[in-house]
Design a protein around this ligand. Structure first.
Ligand code: RNT
Ligand code: ZN
Length: 424
């Protein structure tokens, strides 16, 4: 099928109409577009190669993570991954970040994870600088012989724990160096798989050990202008269905007590739990949070983010609370059954659309109606606002940011697939 293209004249005409429609609700679309330009999403490098990393191309993923699909053309080297990323960024309006995992290290010699240093990531930092794409960073506590049983920082083996504590400390230092180099804090996130497949007899000892490991990791205060540490909780994983040491109830108080960011991954909660509802609660007690926006289907399946009710309500909460500067938005999914560049583009554009729609919402009116006790009008208006012409504002935003409007980006991905991906 050929993708329908829109001409600039009709994009501008539609935008003018939309501007009037929103102005009637007291919303200034030009102002909204100015704010959109300041929003950066952190794209996750691991969508580009099915969470493979570059340490060991044959390595087992482990950690209870599962990527399904065998779409051709995945990135096999740092250069291929960077090329694919640049293609994706070129199809997404605005300036965005890259979220790097430690096992994407790009260095000619093998370096053990507890020995990693900033200079092992020099090629990434150079690329980041060259393209103006700030970096975020994650330790990698899976796909490694010392994590083969799924236990790392909470392991009963003190040698194993020590190795991973050293890895985490090394990652904090790397993140600090990245933040310093880019003049912008690098968000360092920590997620570990540790848990039990079946009913544990002792839920206490692993959490006690995890706490001690974390205390050692975060003992040294680092410059918050360079690095911000986040911890990511999880409900269950494959092989840790009955118990996860680093649960939400474990990490939230830990983060509050130690001034860390909590990372909320939308796939890490009970399926009917409202992740959006957590934001206004935790931000009363934490200065900032990190999001891993994902899409679970029946479980933490990490499907590509779409413009779902959940994505929209997360964006609404961030915007209504006026906390765009306190919420770091990262993506976390991995789908190997479709074109991987397209997966980045679809997910990031969906997140940005959700934020745009939220910024366009006349929330001041909704809040006034609520304060006046007029719940009828609140609901009526919430429903009517849903069909205001945000798509015209989105198209105009893409046009003015010099990226393809509507589905036209897909043509570019198809072309890239023919010319680059299919030849791998
Ligand atoms: C796993 C966590 C974690 C990973 C990445 C690869 O359930 O969501 O964030 O997806 O570290
Ligand atoms: Zn995550």
């Amino acid at each position: 099928m050929t993708i329908p293209a829109q001409d600039s004249k009709s994009i501008e005409r539609n935008y003018r109409h939309a501007k009037e429609a929103y102005a009637a609700y007291g919303v200034d679309t030009d102002h909204v577009l100015q704010r959109m330009k300041t929003i950066s999403i952190s794209l996750h490098c691991w969508q580009g190669d099915d969470v493979g990393g570059f340490e060991n191309p044959e390595g087992e993923l482990g950690g209870g993570l599962a990527v399904t699909g065998n779409y051709p053309g995945k990135a096999r080297t740092p250069d291929e991954l960077r090329a694919d990323l640049l293609k994706a960024y070129s199809l997404i309006p605005g300036k965005h970040r890259l979220n790097l995992h430690a096992f994407y290290v790009d260095y000619p010699q093998k370096v053990e994870r507890n020995q990693l240093q900033p200079h092992h990531f020099q090629s990434w930092m150079d690329w980041s600088k060259q393209h103006g794409i700030p970096l975020d960073f994650n330790g990698t506590f899976f796909a490694h012989p010392l994590a083969s049983d799924g236990w790392t920082l909470a392991s009963a083996d003190s040698g194993v724990r020590q190795f991973w504590v050293e890895h985490a400390i090394a990652c904090r230092k790397i993140a600090e160096a990245m933040g310093k180099a880019q003049g912008n804090p690098c968000i360092h996130n920590l997620w570990i798989p540790d848990g039990e497949k079946d009913l544990p007899a002792d839920r206490w000892a692993p959490r006690q050990r995890l706490k001690e490991s974390l205390d050692a990791i975060y003992a040294e205060p680092l410059d918050r202008q360079c690095v911000k540490d986040a911890v990511e909780s999880k409900l269950f994983g494959i092989g840790s269905e009955s118990y996860v040491a680093g649960s939400w109830e474990f990490y939230l108080p830990y983060a509050v007590r130690n001034g860390l960011l909590i990372c909320i991954d939308t796939g890490h909660f009970h399926p009917t739990e409202q992740v959006a509802d957590k934001i206004s609660a935790v931000l009363l007690f934490l200065p900032e949070i990190l999001l891993h926006v994902s899409r679970g289907i029946r479980w933490d399946s990490d499907h590509v983010v779409i413009l779902s009710d959940e994505t929209r309500s997360i964006a609404e909460e961030i915007v209504r609370g006026n906390v765009l500067d306190r919420v770091h938005i990262g993506l976390d999914y991995f789908d190997a059954s479709i074109n991987r560049v397209a997966a980045w583009v679809i997910g990031t554009r969906a997140m940005l659309k959700a934020l745009l729609i939220a910024l366009l919402e006349p929330s001041h009116i909704l809040k006034e109606l609520e304060a006046a006790g007029d719940r009828t009008a609140r609901l009526a208006l919430m429903e009517e606002v849903k069909t205001l012409p945000y798509s015209a504002v989105w198209d105009y935003y893409c046009e003015t940011q010099d990226v393809p409007v509507g589905a036209a980006w897909l043509e570019e991905v198809r072309c890239y697939e023919r010319e680059v991906l299919a030849k791998r």
